[in-house]
Design a protein around this ligand. Structure first.
Ligand code: ZN
Length: 586
C-alpha cells in the first residue's frame, strides 16, 4: 500500500455544504429537541429507571446528531477557510446550537437537584452513563438556590463576562510596530509571534520589547481588570459557593483532587533546574554565553533531511504496530477511511488536529505535511489521539472523550515511541538532535511554563484579596520568572508585564496546570513502559480504553498510579532530565 498526500472526505458526515441531507439534519435536530422538551413533566425524582434511561438515551441521540452537524462545518472550515458558504454555515450552526442548548438546559438543572437516594438509585442502573451523570452532580454542594443562580448568571453577563470581553476587545486591537530591514511594519500579535520565534536574534529582542511596551502602556488598566476578575472569582467561589481555595473550584471541574494538584506543582517547582540545564545547553548551541529570555523559542533545527509522505506513514504505522498490533490497525483505519487531510493547500487552516466526532465513526485527522522530521512526529501525535478515541469507542457519546488531564496521553506517548525509534535508527546526528530539541522545547512550553503560570495565579489571587497594587503583582511576577529561570536565563525588566498578556488567566483561572498535568503524566507512563516492557502494555491499553468513563484518579489508580504522590510526578521529570543528558552528550 502506498500512501499519498491528499485531502480528506467528509462524506461519512454529510455529502456537501448545500446538500438536502444537511438541511434534513437541522430539521431532525429541532424535532428531537421539541420532543425532548415534552418529557419535562416526567422529570420527577422517583421516576422509574426505564423512563429515566429512555430520556438519557434520547439526549445522547440528539447530542450525536449535534456533534455531526457541528463537526461537519468546522472540519469543512479547517479544510477551506476561504469558502464563504462554509463560513456562513459555521455561523448558522453556532447560533442554532446555542438555541438548542438553552432549550434542553432544564434536564441538567433538574438532575443536579434530585435527592441523593434517588440519584444513587438511577446512577446505579445507568451503566456507562453513570460517570457522566455523577459529574453533573459534582457541583451540587456548591450550587446556590435557583433564584441566586439566576442572579449570578444575569449579573455575569454585564459583570465578569463583560469585563473579559472588554479585555479581549482592547488587547485584540493592539498594533505592534517593528522595524524589519529598515522598514517599519505594523503587525498583529500573530504576526509578531513569527519574529518572536524567528531565527534573527536582534528581531527576536525587538519583537518582545515591542510586545511588552504595548501591553505595559496599558499595564495599569489591564492589571486592574485582572484584579477585578480575581476578586469576582473569590467572591463567587469562596464567599458564596464555599470552596476551600480559589484553585479548588477548577480542580473540581477537572475532577482532580486538590492534593494531586499540590503535589504536581510542588514537584515542578523542585525541578526548575532541569530546564535551567537545558537553557544553558541551548545557549551553547546558539553560540552565546547566556540565553536571553528573548531566545527561549529560538529555532535550532539544522537538518534539511526530508521524509516523503509514504515513508513517514510507514514509519509511524510500524512504530504503532510494533508496540501493539491493534494500535497499528486502528491508525491505518484513518488512512483507509480517507479521513486524513495531509497536504498543504492554499486557504487550508494551519497546524494539525484530530477530531473525534462520535464513538462509532473513525476520527478525522488534519496535518500540513511538509516532510520535516517534525512533521513525522506530528503525524504520530495526531494518530495517537485517533487511536485513543477508537479504543474507547464502546462508550457512550458522553463518556468516550477522555477528560482534559488525560487528553494528551496517547498522542504524546505515540510521538515518544516514534522519536525513540528514529533515534535508534537514524544515522544522521543532526536529525536526531533536532528531534530531541523539539521534545524538550515542547516539554518546557507545556510543563514548566504552565506550572509557573499556575503558581503565579495562586499567589496573585491571594495578593488581590490582601489589596495588592498592580505594581506589586507585576513585581511578584518578575520574581516568579527569576525562580523559574535561576541564573540560566537573562531576564529583562519588561517581562514584568507578561502576565497581563496571557488571556488564559483572565478567561479560565487555573486552567493552565492541566497542560502540565497531562504532559508530565505521559513522561511518567513512558518511564514505566521503558522499565517494564510487555507487562506495562495491558495497563496502558486499559487507561486509554476507559476514555472519559471514570474520574482520572480512578482510571490511573487502577493502573497502579497514584497522582497524589510526588514520587510519581518526579518520574516524569527523570525522563526530561534523561533527554537533556542525551543532548549534552551530542
Ligand atoms: Zn494533542
Amino acid at each position: 500500500m502506498t500512501y499519498k498526500l491528499s485531502s480528506w472526505s467528509l462524506n461519512d458526515l454529510f455529502p456537501g455544504v448545500n446538500s438536502p441531507e444537511l438541511e434534513m439534519a437541522f430539521k431532525d435536530l429541532e424535532t428531537q429537541v421539541s420532543s425532548f422538551e415534552k418529557l419535562r413533566p416526567q422529570l420527577q425524582a422517583d421516576l422509574p429507571i426505564s423512563s429515566f434511561l429512555e430520556i438519557v438515551k434520547d439526549s445522547e441521540e440528539t447530542t450525536r446528531l449535534a456533534y455531526k452537524l457541528y463537526s461537519f462545518a468546522s472540519l469543512a472550515f479547517a479544510a477551506d477557510t476561504q469558502n464563504q458558504n462554509v463560513v456562513a454555515l459555521l455561523g448558522r450552526i453556532q447560533q442554532f446550537m446555542a438555541e438548542m442548548q438553552n432549550r434542553v438546559l432544564f434536564f441538567s438543572l433538574w438532575w443536579k437537584n434530585v435527592d441523593e437516594p434517588n440519584a444513587r438509585r438511577l446512577m446505579d442502573a445507568a451503566g456507562d452513563y453513570r460517570y457522566y451523570l455523577e459529574e453533573i452532580r459534582h457541583f451540587k454542594p456548591h450550587t446556590l438556590s435557583e433564584a441566586e443562580e439566576k442572579v449570578v448568571n444575569l449579573k455575569n453577563v454585564t459583570g465578569s463576562d463583560a469585563l473579559i470581553t472588554l479585555y479581549d476587545a482592547i488587547t485584540n486591537r493592539y498594533v505592534f510596530t517593528v522595524e524589519v530591514d529598515g522598514q517599519k511594519k505594523e503587525l498583529t500579535r500573530g504576526q509578531l509571534n513569527i519574529y518572536i520565534r524567528g531565527a534573527d536574534p536582534v528581531l527576536r529582542a525587538k519583537a518582545y520589547q515591542e510586545l511588552y511596551r504595548v501591553f505595559g502602556n496599558d499595564g495599569p488598566v489591564l492589571g486592574q481588570m485582572y484584579q477585578t476578575a480575581a476578586r469576582d472569582w473569590r467572591n463567587e467561589n469562596i464567599a458564596l459557593r464555599k470552596f476551600s481555595a480559589p484553585i479548588a473550584a477548577r480542580n473540581l471541574g477537572n475532577d482532580i483532587p486538590d492534593q494531586a494538584v499540590d503535589a504536581l506543582l510542588k514537584v515542578c517547582e523542585q525541578n526548575s533546574t532541569v530546564f535551567q540545564r537545558y537553557f544553558r545547553l541551548k545557549a551553547k548551541h546558539l553560540n552565546i554565553p547566556r540565553l536571553r529570555r528573548y531566545d527561549i523559542y529560538a529555532p535550532l533545527a539544522r537538518s534539511s533531511k526530508s521524509f516523503d509522505f509514504n515513508q513517514a506513514a510507514d514509519m509511524v504505522l510500524e512504530s504503532f504496530t510494533s508496540f501493539h498490533p491493534e494500535f497499528g490497525k486502528l491508525a491505518r483505519r484513518v488512512f483507509d477511511a480517507n479521513h486524513l487531510d495531509s497536504e498543504v493547500r492554499k486557504g487550508k487552516q494551519d497546524g494539525a488536529f484530530c477530531a473525534s466526532v462520535t464513538p462509532e465513526m473513525t476520527p478525522w485527522v488534519k496535518l500540513n505535511y511538509q516532510g520535516r522530521a517534525d512533521d513525522v512526529a506530528t503525524m504520530a501525535h495526531e494518530l495517537g489521539h485517533a487511536i485513543h478515541s477508537m479504543l474507547a469507542s464502546h462508550h457512550s457519546v458522553f463518556t468516550y472523550h477522555s477528560s482534559l488531564p488525560l487528553a494528551e496521553t496517547a498522542s504524546t506517548f505515540g510521538e515518544m515511541m516514534l522519536v525513540d525509534r528514529l533515534l535508534a535508527e537514524e544515522k544522521d546526528a543532526s536529525v536526531r538532535r533536532d528531534m530531541l530539541f523539539r521534545q524538550v522545547d515542547d516539554a518546557y512550553a507545556t510543563i514548566m511554563r504552565q506550572a509557573y503560570f499556575a503558581l503565579f495565579e495562586k499567589q496573585a489571587h491571594e495578593m488581590v484579596a490582601q489589596n495588592a497594587s498592580v505594581d506589586e503583582i507585576a513585581a511578584m511576577y518578575l520574581e516568579n520568572l527569576k525562580k523559574q529561570f535561576g541564573d540560566a536565563v537573562e531576564l529583562s525588566d519588561e517581562f514584568k508585564w507578561e502576565w497581563v498578556s496571557i488571556p488564559h488567566i483572565y478567561h479560565t483561572p487555573f486552567y493552565v496546570y492541566a497542560y502540565a498535568f497531562g504532559q508530565l503524566l505521559v513522561f511518567s507512563l513512558y518511564k514505566q513502559y521503558k522499565a517494564e516492557g510487555e507487562s506495562f502494555k495491558p495497563r496502558y491499553v486499559k487507561i486509554l480504553s476507559a476514555g472519559g468513563s471514570e474520574a482520572p484518579e480512578k482510571i490511573l489508580g487502577e493502573a497502579g498510579i497514584d497522582i497524589c504522590s510526588e514520587k510519581f510526578w518526579q518520574g516524569g521529570f527523570d525522563v526530561i532530565s534523561g533527554l537533556v543528558d542525551q543532548l549534552e552528550k551530542m
